[in-house]
Design a protein around this ligand. Structure first.
Ligand code: NAD
Ligand code: LMR
Length: 333
């Protein structure tokens, strides 16, 4: 049954992500929307012998509306990527408007769809989508997700490297919480499924944490002006989308870190807010999924003093990023 839609499908992330969704047996229909090239990308992918029917749409003739009609899950990697020297927040000027317009299309055409936001700055673009949906009275916090899976993927890869056994990478699981930019990215290595070596020094832990927090910069630097992570992001985005599709399909017990509005939790995220020691509208934490979206936000549990300091350093920047997204769509008085 699920129809998946990719908005920004002709881009560096959009194309490989569309490929991976075309290969997912849970997707029965796939619509690609972008301002360029989607007919070609769709024609290419349409020759793959998986079950899903695929179509590409461009803005003329109501392309966005046609792409979104009947959507169950919408993934948004539309927008500009970073160049060396830029922060994710520097992308706000261009990407905020792109995301707002796409969210308006979702509100009008597929208000019940699960929306997965990849476009940066995620800490602010997710609140933008929420505010647009609220303005159209169709906001369901349980169905809106900021995709932070790349941070989780990086953390498990780097831990496996430190353990000296890359073959462990797929089974290493490290909760990464907070947000998706620099110091707002907080890996909880103390909760890793595979503990770091007993002789791991404090300075090594600091370096590993910084590597996860600034993993995106590592790729931006290596690409040297040609963009940011695309292939690893497509992989991570497809992994996250696959979990959402499995939950829609009725599978229970799936828990995954993702950036959500805390009102998506039945108790408004009270337990988490108590742990954080402050009010906050959005936070990435481990979320239990159900067929209607977020079924519960799990508390952080036991963390170390070092991790508590990282969270304290993340919260002010996260709050500023959230306010920026919320006020972008608030009509000025
Ligand atoms: P890209 O420039 O290669 O592709 C972006 C695509 O968006 C282009 O094809 C462009 O035509 C399209 N687009 C622009 N405006 C549009 C609109 N109004 N409607 C539909 N499509 C539109 O960029 P990319 O490397 O694919 O990155 C896309 C975004 O994803 C960036 O903002 C980047 O920072 C972000 N990103 C996020 C994560 C994450 O972990 N959440 C990881 C990597 C990149
Ligand atoms: C990433 O983490 O790779 C993305 O957010 C892209 C970026 O700008 O670093």
């Amino acid at each position: 049954m699920p129809k998946a839609v990719v908005l920004g499908a002709a881009g560096g992330i959009g194309q490989p992500l569309s490929l991976l969704l075309k290969a997912n047996p849970l997707v029965t229909e796939l619509s690609l929307f972008d301002i360029v090239n989607t007919p070609g990308v769709a024609a290419d992918l349409s020759h793959i012998n998986t079950q899903s029917k695929i179509e590409g749409f461009l803005p003329p003739d109501d392309g966005l509306k046609k792409a979104l009609t009947g959507a169950d899950i919408v993934v948004i990697p539309a927008g500009v990527p970073r160049k060396p020297g830029m922060t994710r927040d520097d992308l706000f000027k261009i990407n905020a408007g792109i995301v707002r317009d796409l969210a308006t299309g979702i509100a009008l055409t597929s208000p019940k769809a699960f929306v997965l936001v990849i476009s940066n700055p995620v800490n602010s673009t997710v609140p933008i989508v929420a505010e647009v949906l609220k303005q159209h009275s169709v906001f369901d916090p349980k169905r809106l997700f900021g995709v932070t899976t790349l941070d989780v993927v990086r953390a498990s890869t780097f831990v496996a490297e430190k353990l000296g056994d890359p073959s462990l990478a797929p089974s290493v699981s490290v909760p990464v919480i907070g947000g998706h930019s620099g110091v707002t990215i907080v890996p909880l290595f103390s909760q890793s499924s595979h503990p770091l070596p007993a002789n791991f020094a404090a300075s090594d832990l600091e370096a590993l944490t910084t590597r996860v927090q600034f993993g995106g910069d590592e790729v931006v630097k290596a690409k040297d002006g040609a963009g940011s992570a695309t292939l690893s992001m497509a992989y991570a985005g497809a992994e996250f989308a696959a979990k959402i599709l499995r939950a829609i399909n009725g599978e229970t017990g799936i828990a995954v870190p993702t950036y959500v509005n805390l009102t998506s939790d039945p108790s408004g995220g009270e337990a988490l807010k108590k742990e954080l020691g402050r009010e906050l509208e959005y936070f990435s934490s481990i979320v239990e999924l159900g067929s209607s979206g977020v079924s519960k936000i799990l508390p952080l549990g036991k963390i170390t003093e070092f991790e508590k300091k990282l969270i304290d350093a993340a919260l002010p920047e996260l709050a500023t990023n959230i306010d920026k997204g919320v006020s972008f769509t608030t009509p000025s008085k």
